[in-house]
Write a protein that binds this ligand. Structure first.
Ligand SMILES: Cc1cc2nc3c(=O)[nH]c(=O)nc-3n(C[C@H](O)[C@H](O)[C@H](O)COP(=O)(O)O)c2cc1C
Length: 195
């Protein structure tokens, strides 16, 4: 079965630049190949602030929106986070979406495409890596960055030279690790079934 990789857009605000970047990245990923790619737009998932009483680790979900979100997260082998920098970190809506479930993220691979004004979202990406480590998501080294000043100087997203190559290199790493970690998850499931 082919690998399934989700591009997760971490910005939800009206007028966001992220939707243009996401549309471009989805097209670039599909042109690159090696996996099936889908876009997850957090704005489409009315999660609200985390409202589950139990630790997500226990998966004792009380709300349909959590079960739906968990099933969606679980259905992918890997992720590419499209993350803007907000106050030297990543958006709260993305942290909330990450916190909602736990095991569904475990033993997956991820890449990050960051964007922002001054350092192209690099600080947001570093903050995100720390949280993904706790979720047992392995983040690859390659990290395409987008400086919004040149890329949006006309108001419309114009990818800077070399971005598609950088994205392709990141995807190759995500594909390799997603495939390897699928084996880890399968071994974990076999061990659990035998116990
Ligand atoms: C609440 C907020 C905080 C921001 N903080 C930073 C920041 O700390 N550093 C930076 O380089 N850009 C910062 N920016 C600029 C954003 O990175 C830039 O506007 C980007 O396009 C936001 O992504 P979005 O349009 O998809 O929401 C901030 C923007 C917002 C809305």
């Amino acid at each position: 079965m082919s690998l399934r990789i989700a591009l997760i857009l971490g910005s939800t605000r009206p007028g966001r630049r992220g939707d243009q970047i996401a549309a471009w990245a989805l097209e670039a990923a599909r042109a690159h190949g090696g996996a099936e790619y889908e876009l997850i737009d957090l704005a489409d998932h009315n999660l609200g602030n985390l409202d589950e009483p139990g630790n997500p680790n226990l998966q004792q979900y009380q709300h349909d929106h959590t079960r739906t979100w968990g099933a969606l997260v679980d259905s992918f082998d890997g992720y590419v986070f499209l993350v803007p920098e907000y106050n030297h970190s990543y958006p709260g809506a993305l942290k909330n979406a990450l916190d909602y479930v736990y095991r569904e993220w475990n033993d997956k691979a991820a890449g990050i495409i960051s964007y922002g004004g001054w350092v192209s979202g690099a600080r947001a990406a570093e903050a995100l890596r720390l949280v993904l480590a706790e979720l047992q998501v392995a983040t690859v080294r390659a990290q395409p960055t987008i400086s919004t000043h040149p890329s949006f100087h006309t108001g419309t997203f114009v990818p800077q030279e070399g971005l598609d190559t950088a994205v392709g290199g990141m995807l190759d790493q995500v594909i390799a690790w997603s495939g390897a970690l699928r084996g880890v998850r399968e071994a974990r499931a076999r061990t659990a079934a035998a116990a």
